[in-house]
Design a protein. Structure first.
Length: 187
């Protein structure tokens, strides 16, 4: 009887070790689904969530701010995974997740969210990727264009830059454009 129980315990132990090894192998394979750049970005998002959690535990931020930033991090993660899986490439653009209320802080001249088109370029700076619902909160996701893409788009005239609200008006048609400004100091 004791020998049978010992054999049964040994079998259970062996099965649990095998199951644990399979779980670890599966977790490692899931982590290796992406290259080092995507894994680093996902790690960065994990660290950002830890910072937000820590600040909330110390009562440095209120609940509304905590939930909003946690939702933003989740939206960025969803879009990063979507891009990485769709492209099978170890590259992610610099992503920005913006709620509709934050448009005035993010854009010089905020666009109307209803008029945003996927892959549309705004202000020669951002490409609109789409929206992500994160725990009931809607975020608009943008990829920041790198300087080379910006120059290329400006040459093509593909994007329609939105004029800044505080930009100076162009000179009148009759104004002399060849006039130089006065020197500020004496010669």
């Amino acid at each position: 009887m004791t020998r049978t129980l010992g054999l049964f315990a040994l079998c259970l132990f062996t099965l649990s070790v095998c199951a644990d090894a399979q779980t670890r192998r599966g977790a490692r394979a899931a982590g290796e689904e992406f290259g080092p750049n995507v894994r680093a970005y996902l790690g960065y998002l994990r660290n950002e969530q830890e910072v937000v959690d820590d600040r909330a535990s110390r009562r440095e931020i209120d609940r509304r701010y905590y939930v909003h930033n946690s939702n933003r991090i989740q939206a960025l993660r969803q879009m990063a995974l979507r891009i990485a899986r769709a492209s099978n490439n170890d590259y992610l653009p610099e992503l920005e997740a913006v709620s509709q209320e934050e448009f005035v802080q993010f854009f010089e001249t905020p666009p109307n969210p209803a008029e945003l088109q996927p892959d549309g370029v705004l202000e020669y700076k951002f490409r609109y990727l789409g929206t992500v619902q994160s725990r009931g909160e809607k975020f608009y996701l943008f990829a920041r264009l790198d300087p080379y893409e910006q120059v290329e788009l400006m040459k093509k005239g593909e994007a329609k830059p939105q004029p800044a609200a505080n930009a100076a008006a162009p000179p009148a048609a009759g104004a002399d454009a060849a006039v130089r400004p006065r020197r500020a100091s004496a010669p």
